[in-house]
Design a protein around this ligand. Structure first.
Ligand code: AVJ
Ligand code: FE
Length: 439
């Protein structure tokens, strides 16, 4: 095998080890639906194998279906999440056998194909990128399910690097065009294409994601009880759900505790807040006299290199993420404190844009100019419109293979089980814009 093929094979092995680790539990834990908005873990497990069968074996490899009778059950569109527990799902052992049978043939396809062929699924191993990223995305979903389950154990944890305070709280991004999206990253999704110029007025964006301490100040100031900070839909949601704090937070007098993977612990003040909905993020920003960044503002601050006139793959450059760059790949089971990754700063000086928490943006999930669905409409196209908000940057639970400066994620504005937080932005005053940030 070539180096490129070895690399793909290693990524396939790594993601499968991860999926098996999250499902190394008794059958009852795997078959149960822990929350109506999530699948039983065993559904995710068989689904990633079925997706691999559909795309690598059938579409790219021309191999006849192994188990066509299970396709509908593992098709996310034919079977909504709430119906999944009532299906005759493969039991955990059957699911593990099925996905490992698929995987064996996937490695044969990898061996046989030409990565330089003009075939759009074969070229640069696109179809392998598709299934590797897909499985990592489901692994992150499984972690959210495990968090919702309240089950202790199973989820590995580690020590976060120390945070760092001091220095500016926001960074200035001068007015001007930048190139958004990509035409060249071989494993980019259809929704990240095509690259296009976006001209933005000058703005400020937070250097770090909003911390738990900052968010607690919003709560203490009555932020959840003041409709001035909320959009009408957000206020309606807040009143109907009676939400008064991030998901998994518990109040004890003046102190806050949180449930994290089955353990109760004090809320760490310097950690980026997570498990807030878009409505809460948006309300906080208004309370703080700011707003959420647009998706374009987020991407420019994260990846644009003004000196080189090009976008970087990661804020620090094109180098693969190392442990000093960003909190990715579930090295630890939580966001690291703000300031923990100075080496991961972007050209404009924004930190922790990749990793730690997904960041809500102010934008709806819409297609870029010249969007073309590839390889199927149900990955992105059917979600475009004014229903989903864009999230950027990945979380501690996101694998490096499934995030980059151009990567777009999306969810309903009410969702809180995902590992999402946010940072704020504001439009620069004319004086600031003219003075390079100095008014
Ligand atoms: C891009 C994370 C919103 O999990 O619903 C998984 C990814 N697409 N299987 C999701 C996805 C098909 C998707 N998100
Ligand atoms: Fe899927």
């Amino acid at each position: 095998m070539t180096d490129r093929k070895d690399r793909i094979a290693a990524e396939l092995v790594a993601v499968r080890e991860r999926s098996l680790a999250y499902t190394d539990a008794d059958d009852e834990t795997l078959m149960r639906q822990h929350s109506p908005i999530m699948s039983p873990l065993v559904w995710d497990l068989a689904h990633v194998g079925n997706y691999e069968e559909l795309w690598v074996l059938r579409a790219a490899g021309g191999i006849a279906p192994l188990r066509p009778e299970i396709d509908d059950m593992y098709d996310a569109f034919k079977t909504p999440r709430r119906n999944r527990p009532s299906l005759p799902l493969l039991c955990p052992d059957e699911a593990r056998r099925y996905i490992s049978g698929v995987r064996g043939r996937v490695l044969d396809v990898l061996d046989a194909i030409d990565l330089d062929a003009p075939h759009p699924l074969h070229r640069d191993g696109f179809v392998f990128g598709l299934v590797i990223q897909h499985e990592h995305q489901h692994d992150e979903t499984m972690l959210a399910t495990l968090q919702l389950s309240g089950r202790p154990g199973l989820v590995r944890d580690g020590e976060p690097p120390p945070g760092r305070t001091g220095g500016p709280r926001e960074v200035f991004v001068p007015a001007g065009p930048f190139r958004m999206g990509t035409d060249t990253l071989p494993w980019a999704y259809d929704n990240e294409r095509a690259a296009h110029l976006v001209d933005l007025p000058a703005y400020w964006i937070d250097r770090f994601p909003v911390s738990n301490a900052e968010y607690a100040a919003f709560i203490a100031d009555g932020g959840y009880d003041d409709p001035r900070w909320w959009t009408p839909e957000g206020w309606e949601w807040r009143c109907r759900t009676e939400v008064t704090a991030p998901l998994f937070w518990e109040r004890d007098g003046d102190a806050w505790w949180r449930l994290r993977f089955g353990r109760i612990e004090p809320v760490p003040p310097d950690e980026p807040v997570q498990h807030v909905s878009w409505f809460e993020a948006d309300a906080y920003a208004r309370w703080a006299g700011r707003r959420l960044p647009t998706e374009a503002e987020w991407e420019k601050a994260c990846g644009w290199d003004p000196a080189a006139g090009r976008s970087r793959r990661y804020p620090w450059g094109d180098e693969e993420p190392g442990p000093g760059h960003a909190n990715l790949g579930h090295r630890i089971a939580r966001p690291a404190p703000v300031g923990a990754y100075p080496a991961g700063a972007s050209p404009y000086g924004a930190e922790q844009m990749i990793g730690d928490v997904w960041e809500w943006t102010g934008s709806w999930f819409l297609p870029y100019p010249h969007f073309r669905a590839f390889p199927y409409r149900e990955y992105s196209e059917v979600f475009f419109g004014h229903r989903f908000r864009v999230l950027r940057g990945g979380s501690w639970a996101t694998d490096p293979a499934a995030v980059r400066t151009t990567f777009r994620n999306w969810d309903f504005p009410i969702r809180r089980q995902i590992f999402a937080g946010f940072r704020c932005a504001r439009t620069a005053t004319p004086e600031e814009a003219a003075g390079g940030g100095w008014a």
